[in-house]
Ligand binder design. Structure first.
Ligand SMILES: Cc1cc2nc3c(=O)[nH]c(=O)nc-3n(C[C@H](O)[C@H](O)[C@H](O)COP(=O)(O)OP(=O)(O)OC[C@H]3O[C@@H](n4cnc5c(N)ncnc54)[C@H](O)[C@@H]3O)c2cc1C
Length: 631
């Protein structure tokens, strides 16, 4: 194992020049880099897109899980839908800040705490696609239930155990979840949000080597106040690797009834009022070494890998909420008359409705495509999942905001208050409160952009990183220059030539959008390359610039997923309808994305980035304090 780590870190050191970074930056980067798995570009549709190749073949026809897997999941989805409609009062849960015990009990009885847990451990053994569809249903109804089930099995103990657990760990814990035991994921601390290198919770081995003693405090642990068992990331003694001291983070399974473990506080938020979220404190909590997941020092890898798939649940739930918003808007825009017409006939409102409908289709297509890739267990979905999370949660926030606008004053009013006047209680303000957190947790939008940018640049860093790294000996740099010259002399001219990507046999009206994706991926690749050459290691600091590349790539994924899904839906329909409505929607999505892409390309060279940074630093340094005086 040591050799493995040594080799990995050696490679990472060659990739990124950390010589001009502050210690804090270097620590954060080195730690996350050491936990990072290489995205194999050929295995990732998005990875290739950033290198100028649209490999549609790898995701055509629109990926679906095996029909038996889908059929197996349908009874559960139907049961869940009926249960949510008949037994869950989301407004009551929001009002009281508690999920009724019988709701939790009934969810446990239907296996909702072990959706992906294999049958041999008593779970439902369902696939990721069904799990994502369950999240869509939950998102339609109740943010609190979504958070309870998702924190438990998207990031809580079941997911890391399914990924990395030993047979003993699986046999011991997974059946508990099948019976309804709740779990949680504890990474965040007061000083550790997006940057785990400052982790203070630590675990020291006992003298006999059989246990670790855990000390510290974790913040905002969702389900922490209800969980029977949690997964805790803690720093463990550093190791010397290649002569350098390396921080270690280890993942421990911790029973919440362990002596020394205390829930110090239940935390309350703007929305998700019934979140069982707490501050967890650990004082000499004794954990057997068998409870380490994957191995000492592998905790960050456990956390990041868990989040890679786990964070798909949030955009899936956002899809459900978006669907519900459109249902609300459909009814309201048809019945509310102002200025002599239904408000849906006013173009300003109509525009909002079409935009959110297109976003629903795109969001759902991206989530289903990525979920099916998870089910196929082929390729690498990290970039797709990150794009789903980033784009889906941001668009869902726009949707709920516009829904509030369409509902006017009633959008801002609580459901209870509407009800007390005898009106339909429509909980848009609850949706808004519950939805806002989605762009913050499980990888904030900013961190998703950084993550995607890092991976987009990875092939270039692998080829040319050493040439740009001033820390490396001249011989290594020269070797890298030769290697890069060889590669780029072939690759770069290709990026200016007409694309040779094979466009799959989609419905004839859907060909043009894919052709556009293919052509634009070349422009994306060559302009990203230009940025790398022009900026060298400084590119890492130019976050708004990098974000534009990430957003262009994401819009290309939006078009691709929407086109392929529409094609699949059209082909599946044996009635032979012309599906004009789907084609219209896909054209609309493509045009919207093209507009967004056009803006980003334009802003690569025409932007306010340096002025913006200067002003922000001025504000932070007190240069604008006169403006900030209250009187
Ligand atoms: C309701 C709720 C539930 C939660 N549940 C859990 C849970 O179950 N388990 C758990 O471990 N944690 C949980 N969290 C924590 C959550 O994941 C963090 O809030 C999140 O990771 C962000 O960390 P932070 O709030 O400390 O923000 P910070 O990391 O301090 O970031 C502040 C801002 O700076 C931005 N930022 C940070 N670094 C960079 C950078 N390098 N470049 C550009 N921008 C940057 C961020 O995007 C953000 O906008 C929960 C939080 C909440 C509010």
């Amino acid at each position: 194992m040591k050799v493995d780590i040594d080799k990995k870190n050696q490679e990472k050191e060659i990739l990124i020049d950390t010589s001009k970074m502050s210690k804090g930056q270097r620590d954060a980067l080195e730690l996350t880099e050491s936990a990072r798995d290489e995205v194999k570009e050929k295995d990732s549709f998005i990875g290739q897109l950033f290198m100028g190749k649209a490999d549609f073949e790898s995701i055509f026809p629109f990926p679906e899980p095996e029909p038996e897997k889908l059929a197996e999941g349908l009874p559960f989805l139907n049961k869940l839908k009926t249960f949510l409609e008949e037994h869950v009062d989301a407004d009551e849960i929001d009002r009281t800040g508690e999920i009724p015990e019988n709701v939790i009990k009934m969810l446990a009885e239907m296996g909702a705490f072990a959706i992906k847990v294999p049958k041999k451990y008593g779970g439902l053994g369902l696939c990721q696609t069904i799990y994502s569809r369950a999240a869509m249903l939950l998102g339609t109804h109740c943010g609190n239930l979504t958070a309870l089930l998702s924190a438990h099995q998207s990031i809580g103990v079941p997911q890391p155990l399914l990924l990395f657990g030993t047979e003993e760990q699986k046999a011991k814990y997974l059946p508990r979840f099948s019976r309804g035991d709740i779990s949680a994921f504890a990474l965040t601390e007061a000083g550790v949000g997006s940057d785990p290198s400052k982790m203070e919770t630590h675990a020291e081995p006992t003298e006999d080597g059989k246990h670790f003693l855990l000390n510290g405090e974790k913040l905002w642990c969702t389900n922490g106040t209800k969980a029977g068992v949690i997964i805790v990331m803690a720093s463990t003694p550093p190791k010397r690797i290649k002569g350098k001291e390396r921080k270690q983070v280890t993942a421990f399974i911790v029973e919440t009834n362990s002596p020394g473990l205390e829930v110090k506080q239940r935390c309350y938020f703007m929305g998700l009022k019934a979140l069982y979220n707490g501050v967890m404190s650990f004082k000499n909590v004794k954990i057997p070494i068998e409870n380490i997941v994957l191995g000492e020092g592998k905790g960050l890898k456990v956390a990041l890998s868990t989040l890679n798939t786990g964070r798909l649940t949030l955009p899936a739930a956002c899809t459900g909420m978006t669907r519900e918003c459109i249902r609300i808007n459909k009814k309201w825009s048809n019945e509310r008359r102002q200025w002599g017409n239904n408000i849906g006939k006013h173009a300003a409102i109509a525009e909002k409705i079409s935009k959110m409908t297109a976003q629903l289709f795109a969001m759902e297509s991206m989530v289903l495509l990525t979920s099916a890739l998870v089910d196929r267990k082929e390729g690498d979905i990290r970039l797709e999942a990150a794009m789903c999370k980033m784009w889906g949660t941001e668009k869902a926030w726009n949707v709920v905001d516009e829904t509030m606008q369409i509902r006017g004053g009633r959008g801002y009013e609580t459901a209870d208050s509407q009800k007390s006047r005898g009106e339909d209680p429509i909980p848009v303000e609850r949706f808004m409160r519950d939805c806002r957190i989605n762009t913050i947790f499980e990888g904030s939008s900013e961190i998703m952009r950084l993550f995607l940018a890092r991976e987009a640049l990875d092939p270039h860093l692998s080829i040319a990183g050493a040439a740009l790294n001033s820390k490396l000996p001249p011989a290594t740099r020269i070797q890298s220059v030769v290697k890069s010259a060889l590669f780029y002399s072939i690759w770069y001219p290709k990026m200016w030539m007409p694309s040779t990507d094979r466009i799959p046999e989609v419905h004839k009206r859907l060909y043009a959008p894919l052709k556009y994706v293919s052509k634009t991926s070349r422009k994306l690749a060559r302009t990203l390359f230009h940025a790398m050459v022009l900026n060298g290691p400084k590119l890492e600091k130019k976050q708004p610039l990098l974000a534009r590349y990430v957003e262009i790539g994401t819009e290309l994924f939006v078009i691709t997923a929407s086109v392929l899904r529409a094609d699949s839906l059209i082909k599946r329909d044996r009635e032979g309808s012309n599906h004009q409505e789907l084609i219209d929607l896909v054209y609309y999505i493509t045009k919207e994305s093209k507009i967004e892409i056009g803006k980003r390309f334009e802003a690569l060279n025409n932007n306010n980035d340096s002025e913006s940074y200067k002003i922000a630093q001025g504000v932070l340094n007190g240069e604008y304090d006169a403006l900030l005086k209250r009187i």
